[in-house]
Structure formats: structure tokens, C-alpha cells
Design a protein around this ligand. Structure first.
Ligand code: GAL
Length: 412
């Protein structure tokens, strides 16, 4: 009998489950060299805390393919634990009641006080935190190869639109590709962000592309924005169609091309290639848009997955909001912290400029959400805008027709 009991208890002891390792499955679209390097900072941080990282990359800048993958996973009842998400996509998912409420943690850690209002607007739904912001990017930037510009005789940074066009002409005449661009709808729309801001200023931008005011949309200013997009088309090479954004960055880095008009994730690629701002490359705002910033913020939404995943989600959220992490990650990523209490000391000159520009723009109310990255209007309208911008960029419709189509996209 004794033996039996002993045998039983030993058997029970051995059958006891070993504490299951916590894990997170993270769906994201960070697959370029610098993006993957930045994500590793987060992954290593969690693994040090004993949380296993199951990586779920879905390639495709701007995240359209990733969002399609998320929809498929949620529809099949198997959402990932955490998903990189932006702008209006966050509230679209929150509306469906599938995102975890992070309010308790947010209150405990005082997120309300340190996250800029423009970011919170997307991190919260019905007043509650439903996402954790990892960064702040901005899209009205131009990246330039300094040596190419010198060879082409462009000795000063272009300050106005006309100066920029004149500089691009010089670079092209000197035998370089003037503008490295990837013809993908989201990239065309990213360029559009900067051109719209440079052409009409922040009040016009907000009225036309955020508030969808028909008068602002259907205006000579919008036509001028499209005319300028057509001007740019002359400066891209014949193989631009379908090219990935980081390949275009590579063309500027290697000295094949002079400029790239892209969000500051492009800076991540320059830094990853060991290039130094001011010495090897220049960063400046789309000429004419100085003083204003079109921004987007990458956030992580936690899906309601049940089981024992909740604790790991909280660890992930805390890790992201940690000020030291916000520095380490954003220095590599090209973005700036999503907290206002992080010093700029560790950042390079472009990063410091990014932080200063953002703070000033938010004070002066010249900070606007990126059209290209889902911070101006929800995905349904954003995608309709993409379609018009891309067809116009490829010469399928003229600028007048493009204005009319933007208007009807907004109405629908
Ligand atoms: C943006 C995103 C950035 C960057 C870029 C290219 O939408 O906010 O973090 O990764 O896409 O993939």
C-alpha cells in the first residue's frame, strides 16, 4: 500500500507540467536590413525576460500585405498575439472588439503623461489604450548622397520647390539617376504627403486630406500638387516600377542616385550601411514644407488570444514603453521615440532634427497625419487615394482628372 502511494505520488510529481514558457507571436512588416536590426532590439529584450519570440514577418513596405495577413488570421479564429499596426487600422480593429484593453498598465506606468497627443489619438479607442506606440516617423523628408550632389555642382541644400527641381536637373545632367524611387502605390503616396504639404501648407493639407473638405480637395492647389508629382516623374529611372523602398535607398547610398523622397525609415538603411549624416548623406524636409511635419506612428496592438498569453503581452507592452528601449530601438530604426521624456543625446543629427521638428510642429499645430501611412483617413479612402495617385504618376490620367477622382474617392 505504502509503496503504491509512493509510486503514485512520484508518478504525479513527474506528470506535473513544467511551467510553460511564455511566448509572443509578433506579426510585422519589418524585413529590410535596418528594420530587422531594430526589431532585434525588442526581440532580445523579451528573450532576456524569458519570453520566447515567434517571428511572423510579412514583407511589404507600408504594411498592406501584413494587414491582409492579419485579416486572414483573425477570420480563421487564430489571431497573432501582437501585431504592428498604424493609424486608422487600429481603431478599425478596436471597433470589432478584438483588441486587448491595455488601460490598467497604461495607468500604472503613466503613458497619458508622456505620449504625445497626436500619437495617443491612434493608441486609444473610446478613451482606452488599445495599442503601444513604438516610434514616431515622418514622411516629408528627402535623403541625398552628398558626393553625388557635389559632383553635380549642387552645393547648397534646396530650400524651395524650384531649387529642388533645379538640383534634380543638375544631378540628372551629371549622369546620375536624380530621384531613386520605387513605383509601388504606398511609395507614390509617401512622396505625395511631402509634395502636398510643400505646395499647400498644413492648413490646406488638413482640410483637403484629413477633413476631406470638397472645396479644398477640388482646388487649383490640388491640381498644382499633381503637376508637381508629374514633374518628379521625369527624374526617376525607367526601372522604378515595383522596386522596394530599401532598394531605392541603396541606390542613393551607393552613389547611383542623388535623392530619395521617403520617410525616415530610409535613414535606418543609411545608418545600417555605416553612413554618417552631414558627411556621407544629407537629410532635409521636402522643400517648401519646412516647419510642418507629416507623421506616422508604428504601434503594437495585442489581440485577445486567451489562455496564458496575457502575461507575455503585458511584458511586451512594458518593454516597448521603456524609455531606454525607445532610444535603443529608434536610433536604429530611423524614427524618434513615442515618448516626450526621452533625451535626444543618443540620436544622430537627422534624428535630433526629427525630434526638434516634431516638437515644434506639434506646438504650432503644423503636425499632420500621413496620407500614405493611414494617419489622415481610414484604409478604405486611403486605398482609393493610392489608386488615383499611382495612376496619375504613371501618366494614365492627367492632373485635372486626378483632382476630380480624389474628390470622388473622398465622397465614396
Ligand atoms: C511604414 C512604417 C515604417 C517603415 C515603412 C517601410 O509604414 O511605419 O516603420 O517600416 O513602412 O516598411
Amino acid at each position: 500500500m505504502k509503496k503504491q502511494i509512493l509510486g503514485l505520488s512520484i508518478a504525479t510529481a513527474f506528470a506535473l507540467p513544467v511551467a510553460a514558457q511564455q511566448s509572443v507571436e509578433v506579426l510585422h512588416w519589418w524585413t529590410s536590413g535596418s528594420e530587422a536590426a531594430a526589431l532585434s532590439v525588442l526581440k532580445d529584450n523579451l528573450e532576456k525576460q524569458g519570453v520566447k519570440w515567434n517571428d511572423m514577418p510579412v514583407a511589404g513596405g507600408g504594411g498592406e500585405a501584413a494587414m491582409t495577413a492579419v485579416r486572414a488570421r483573425v477570420t480563421s479564429g487564430n489571431p497573432p498575439t501582437a501585431v504592428q499596426m498604424m493609424g486608422f487600422d487600429l481603431s478599425d480593429w478596436a471597433k470589432q472588439g478584438v483588441l486587448s484593453d491595455l488601460n490598467e498598465l497604461a495607468m500604472k506606468q503613466g503613458w497619458d503623461k508622456v505620449v504625445p497627443a497626436a500619437v495617443q489619438r491612434f493608441s486609444k479607442f473610446n478613451g482606452k489604450w488599445i495599442a503601444v506606440p513604438v516610434n514616431l516617423h515622418s514622411t516629408n523628408w528627402i535623403w541625398a548622397n552628398k558626393e553625388v550632389l557635389t559632383k553635380a555642382g549642387v552645393m547648397t541644400e534646396p530650400m524651395t520647390w524650384d531649387e529642388f527641381i533645379a538640383a534634380a536637373e543638375k544631378v540628372q545632367k551629371a549622369g546620375f539617376i536624380a530621384i531613386a524611387h520605387g513605383g509601388q502605390p504606398w511609395q507614390d503616396a509617401t512622396v505625395f504627403d511631402g509634395v502636398a504639404l510643400a505646395t499647400g501648407g498644413p492648413d490646406y493639407y488638413r482640410k483637403a486630406f484629413v477633413e476631406l473638405d470638397p472645396k479644398a480637395l477640388n482646388s487649383p492647389t490640388t491640381e498644382k500638387v499633381f503637376e508637381r508629382m508629374a514633374q518628379l516623374r521625369r527624374f526617376v529611372d525607367k526601372d522604378f516600377s515595383g522596386r522596394d523602398w530599401n532598394v531605392a535607398s541603396g541606390m542613393v547610398i551607393s552613389g547611383k542616385a542623388g535623392f530619395q523622397m521617403m520617410g525616415d525609415w530610409a535613414k535606418g538603411e543609411f545608418i545600417n550601411a555605416k553612413k554618417i549624416p552631414g558627411k556621407d548623406f544629407l537629410c532635409f524636409r521636402t522643400p517648401g514644407s519646412q516647419g510642418s511635419v507629416s507623421f506616422n506612428t508604428d504601434q503594437f496592438a495585442m489581440f485577445k488570444v486567451g489562455g496564458d498569453k496575457g502575461a507575455a503581452q503585458i511584458k511586451l507592452a512594458s518593454a516597448i514603453m521603456d524609455p531606454a528601449f525607445q532610444t535603443a530601438f529608434n536610433v536604429v530604426k530611423g524614427s524618434v521615440p513615442a515618448r516626450t521624456d526621452v533625451p535626444d543625446t543618443a540620436f544622430d543629427d537627422c534624428g535630433k532634427k526629427g525630434m526638434k521638428d516634431l516638437a515644434e510642429a506639434s506646438k504650432k499645430n503644423t503636425l499632420v497625419g500621413s496620407i500614405g501611412h493611414g494617419h489622415a483617413v481610414p484604409a478604405s479612402i486611403k486605398n482609393a487615394f493610392y489608386d488615383v495617385i499611382t495612376r496619375h504618376f504613371n501618366g494614365q490620367i492627367d492632373s485635372k482628372k486626378a483632382v476630380a477622382e480624389m474628390l470622388s474617392a473622398a465622397k465614396n
